[in-house]
Design a protein around this ligand. Structure first.
Ligand code: FPP
Length: 226
């Protein structure tokens, strides 16, 4: 069995999970957090070293204020309470996205988690918040301009992305039957394998990681070679 180094998740279907049960959409997001814990534990059980999660896109601000507020409430609880009890293996927290625009209490919680876990090497949980792949590339280019860089190669650009130092995702998983990239890890996905699952994110179980890894093992990765 080949174990992917890095699996990235587009956690889709929280809203539909809730409305199909006649519950408010926000109930789907709360269940989504529980699923996220199961999936992280499943990944770590198999030795997946880097786990990326798309928690809030730069386009999600267009949602009703009540839903955005609830997502931030969940994020704040996640960073101040849940993360500490997530699993028995230590991991480092990394963020992708423009976090300066976030409510200050959420941002403070995130920065504290990042600092507290900065020395952990074995596992990384990389969370996209106020994240968009195009925005990430623009921010990287602007940082390079500010640093006075006048020639860019792939390695330089990679080192200015929010994922600097992390391997590219071997697998991108999207739940809820949608087959779109939705502005996620646009630069990093060049050779990722895509797996689309026909279940809503809150229905994800630890065992689904096994299904993902089995499917990954059926893929023949060529990276442009024969
Ligand atoms: C997509 O489902 C999901 C989101 C926009 C948010 C994902 C957030 C969580 C799982 C919880 C918070 C995350 C953390 C890291 C604590 P959707 O709402 O677009 O579902 P729909 O397509 O069925 O409407």
């Amino acid at each position: 069995m080949q174990i992917p180094n890095h699996i990235a998740f587009i956690m889709d279907g929280n809203g539909r999970w809730a409305t199909s049960r006649l519950l408010p959409r926000n109930a789907g997001h709360s269940e989504g957090v529980k699923a996220l814990k199961r999936v992280i534990n499943g990944c770590m059980k198999y030795g997946v070293k880097v786990i990326s999660l798309y928690a809030f896109s730069s386009e999600n601000w267009k949602r009703p204020e009540k839903e955005v507020k609830e997502l931030f409430r969940l994020l704040k609880t996640f960073f101040t309470r849940d993360l500490l009890h997530l699993c028995n293996k230590p991991f480092r927290v990394n963020y992708m996205g423009d976090i300066d625009a976030l409510p200050s209490d959420v941002k403070e919680g995130m920065i504290k988690c990042m600092r507290d876990t900065a020395d952990v090497e074995e596992y990384v949980v990389n969370i996209g918040i106020n994240y968009g792949g195009r925005d990430e590339i623009c921010r990287a280019v602007n940082k390079m301009i500010s640093a006075g860089i006048d020639h860019v190669d792939e390695q330089t650009l990679s080192s200015y992305l929010d994922t600097a130092g992390l391997p590219d995702p071997d697998v991108i998983v999207r739940t809820a039957g949608e087959m779109r990239v939705s502005n996620f890890m646009l630069y990093q996905l060049a050779y990722s394998e895509f797996i689309f699952l026909d279940k809503y994110w809150p229905d994800m179980k630890e065992d689904d990681v096994n299904t993902i890894i089995e499917e990954y093992n059926t893929r023949h990765r060529k990276f442009g070679a024969l």
